[in-house]
Design a protein around this ligand. Sequence first.
Ligand code: TMP
Ligand code: ASP
Length: 254
Amino acid sequence: MARRRQLYEGKAKILFEGPEPGTLVQYFKDDATAFNAQKKGTITGKGVLNNRISEFLMTKLAEINVPTHFIRRLNMREQLIKEVEIIPVEVVVRNIAAGSLAQRLGIPEGTRLPRSIVEYYYKNDQLGDPMVAEEHITAFGWATPPDMDDIVHLTLRINDFLTGLFLGVGITLVDFKLEFGRLYENEDMRIVLADEISPDNCRLWDVKTNEKMDKDRFRRDLGKIEEAYQEVARRLGILPEAGSRDMKGPETMQ
Ligand code: TMP
Ligand code: ASP
């Protein structure tokens, strides 16, 4: 089989042409960046773990009828996804104050918010993903008001579901980032969940100790990054049977 054509390379993933029209292959790298790529590094085995974790969470979400781009996992680092038109908005949901919200508003990290807060950021690396309001999104045509209704509705359902799922395995879902895309099927267009859900784009704290089990360990140089991602996978019951040694092996590209 000919090597697949690469369509796009992002900071943590590569997209290849899929085996049939309307599909793509999403490859998970070990590369990690933070602060709009000012900080760069590698987290060994991260791609393998995020591929698994995102597969698991998107499959669970599909079971409660949240439409996603995920089709199936292909191998250790790749999954087959539906090709969607990505909406250039990062949707952040916060349940507990942390990160930029804690900093911007001077709220101590760890404070439970009076209710879940949804924020939007314009996906533009050159501008450093600035925060925007729904007004900007609809005025500039990044998404329509009906698109935004779907996005908010889906986001709140995803938050409720994932909060419960993580709580069940002793993890507090502090906040996370989602991306959505437009899926065109026949004459129809549907908003679906895209990208990935993994410790790269969630804040996950141990319920008992509040220990960080996510990319903040990399952002803040806390160490034990691989171990934290592995622990998330282990608690979700999805570590490969051979254990963690399996995670670092050479991966096949097709
Ligand atoms: P923040 O507190 O830095 O704004 O991050 C909020 C959440 O969004 C956190 O779970 C990390 C995630 N996130 C991303 O996935 N990508 C990003 O570029 C940023 C800034 C945050
Ligand atoms: N992913 C973003 C970056 O590379 C930021 C982050 O996750 O902190 O810059």
